[in-house]
Design a protein around this ligand. Structure first.
Ligand code: C2E
Ligand code: MG
Ligand code: MG
Ligand code: MG
Length: 277
């Protein structure tokens, strides 16, 4: 069937095609259609307490309905075209509405973190938008978190840092995502106003081997010294999970615990976790 064909076809997409002009135009077209017709949805992946394996909160990950194009491909196009502002606002609204649904169901662990692009941080309306959404949905800011990347430090650093401080003043915690993929300078950890560092899967893959595990261990202890919590992303095996546990990491995320889930399954996931009390 068409969908299956589409999926197979996707396997043959190559970097050159992704970067080609026509390809970008077709993604942009699909994105505009998705914005106009409300074709986005969120998947939720749990982040667990490293010591107990118990549920702490979800990361929201955007998808386009009936599409094989993953966010790694369409988010950069959304950023280039400015569509990310609209899409990003939808993500924040949807996450807050979901937090409220879980709160109304009496679920205590209902926290969601959302990915926020640098262009959204530049948006001078972000702070008032967040404040209005928190009030409109009557959501506790402690139940909401944002994930940013170090690219907010590339341009307009001073302004962006100010915005991050304003976000924190709303009571919203901030995580630095994908640490280990870019410059990952240790010095900026001392001044970027974040509460948490997410170590990227690639960093874990490179350094969790026996000889190199001191790097991860040292990084985690450095973060703790700066009063930062540490999440490791992309944990796929029990072995990795056990290994990271003894390195004192705070939280774990990855397929070993759960793949991203639709909201209905995410609800079941929370309810199942409560049964372990
Ligand atoms: P991210 O924020 O670093 O999210 C983690 C990605 O790793 C997700 O990919 C998740 O499905 C994947 N992942 C989780 N556990 C594992 C594992 O054990 N193994 C492997 N191989 N992968 C794992 P996804 O959902 O395809 O999202 C990719 C990226 O797209 C995200 O990386 C984020 O940078 C961006 N993204 C997703 N949703 C949004 C959004 O709403 N807004 C923005 N601005 N960016 C988003
Ligand atoms: Mg993220
Ligand atoms: Mg990440
Ligand atoms: Mg990543």
């Amino acid at each position: 069937n068409a969908k299956k064909q589409g999926k197979n076809r996707y396997c043959y997409f190559e970097q050159s095609m992704i970067e080609s002009f026509d390809w970008k135009i077709s993604i942009e077209k699909e994105l505009r259609e998705a914005v106009e017709n409300n074709l986005f949805y969120l998947m939720y992946q749990p982040i667990v307490d490293a010591m107990t394996g118990r549920f702490k909160y979800f990361e929201a990950l955007i998808r386009i309905k009936d599409s094989n194009i993953p966010p790694n491909i369409f988010i950069p196009v959304a950023e280039e075209t400015g569509l990310i502002l609209k899409i990003g606002r939808w993500v924040m609204e949807e996450a807050m509405a979901q937090i409220k649904i879980w709160e109304n169901m009496g679920l205590e662990n209902r926290k969601i973190s959302v990915n926020v692009s640098p262009m959204q941080i530049q948006d001078y309306e972000l702070i008032s938008f967040l404040r209005d959404e928190l009030i409109k949905n009557n959501v506790d800011p402690a139940d909401f978190e944002v994930e940013i990347t170090e690219s907010v430090l590339l341009e307009n650093r001073e302004h962006n840092i100010k915005v991050l401080e304003n976000i924190k003043e709303l009571g919203i915690k901030i995580a630095l995502d994908d640490f280990g993929t870019g410059y990952s300078s240790l010095s900026y950890l001392t001044y970027i106003p974040v509460d948490k560092i997410k170590l990227d899967k690639s960093l874990k893959d490179r350094f969790l081997s026996l000889d190199n595990s001191q790097v991860i261990k040292g990084l985690i202890s450095l973060c703790h010294g700066l009063d930062l919590k540490v999440v490791v992303e992309g944990v796929e095996t029990l072995d990795e999970s056990e290994n990271l546990k003894i390195q004192n990491v705070d939280y774990l995320q990855g397929y070993y615990f759960s793949k991203p889930m639709k909201k209905e399954d995410a609800t079941l996931y929370i309810e199942n976790d409560i049964k372990k009390d």
